[in-house]
Design a protein. Sequence first.
Length: 283
Amino acid sequence: MNRPAAENVTIYAPRPCRLLDVQQLTPQEKLFRLQLADGSDLGHQPGQFVQVSIPGLTEAPISVASSPSRSGYFELGVRRAGRLTAALHQLQPGAPLGIRGPFGRPFQLAALQGRQLLLIAGGCGLAPLRSLIQYCQDHADDYASVQILYGARSPDDLMFKQDLANWQISDSFTCRYTVDNRPASSCYDGETGLITQLLADLRPDPAICCAVVVGPPTMYRPVIAELRRMGLSGARQIMLSLERQMRCGVGKCGHCSIEHLYCCSDGPIFWLEEVEQLRGALG
Ligand SMILES: Cc1cc2nc3c(=O)[nH]c(=O)nc-3n(C[C@H](O)[C@H](O)[C@H](O)COP(=O)(O)OP(=O)(O)OC[C@H]3O[C@@H](n4cnc5c(N)ncnc54)[C@H](O)[C@@H]3O)c2cc1C
Ligand code: FES
């Protein structure tokens, strides 16, 4: 299993960084654009996370939502959940923050090369997946095809609406999204239904297809069942991201263990076959 490249990152001491911009994505999620105070790039790979802190408060693990191929800044899509994230949501551009990391095992980019990609996100999972989507956009020739599938609870909960619109007209991608429920008062005229419905009519070539799935625990088993029905039943065909409550973020405290694995350093990105048999791993 991979362990973090400790020699290249600041493990325990937060690096100062500056909040450049804040954008409201949904009623409960904001996008934060940040820059390290020394002007250097974060040095992350898609799928990695940082421990973000407000000086004097606490810290929380948040996935990087932008690709390393977009340099000069990095972005975090943050849902307001509790102490740290609520405080983050109050900040204005210019505020000082701390960053530890990047940490964790990223998406396995080498394994995705040349493949037909199904990039599948549910809810807040579009934030981590966006770093891979942007990376694919910036390296479009490396993939046979890229299909983005996204599901949210309601039209208001759709994250990155401007990105979704751009991806739908992009030459590099196919992009479809759906919402579980459309309130009668909504002017949303897109697809309605669970994300598994978007998978139902896909006919990928199982020999060259690879799926990446990021979403809430309840999404994994039904989505995996659909992918298997399409013939994605071999090893290294389904990659997914798992979340656990974390403390150190670097494989030292054991807080994030899933049986013998540490989510922070062996993951958060795993191949399905690495975690499928572990108790509680897939919800
Ligand atoms: C690898 C990783 C990547 C993540 N990426 C993102 C991201 O891109 N965007 C985002 O909005 N959130 C992300 N999260 C979840 C985020 O870390 C938690 O929402 C955050 O730690 C809550 O901190 P807080 O101080 O605001 O809340 P607290 O006051 O600590 O807790 C509020 C509530 O959130 C729950 N909680 C705390 N940590 C987690 C967790 N890891 N998973 C689920 N529930 C948790 C607590 O049990 C409590 O119910 C990620 C988590 C992990 C482990
Ligand atoms: S958070 Fe400490 S070992 Fe993973």
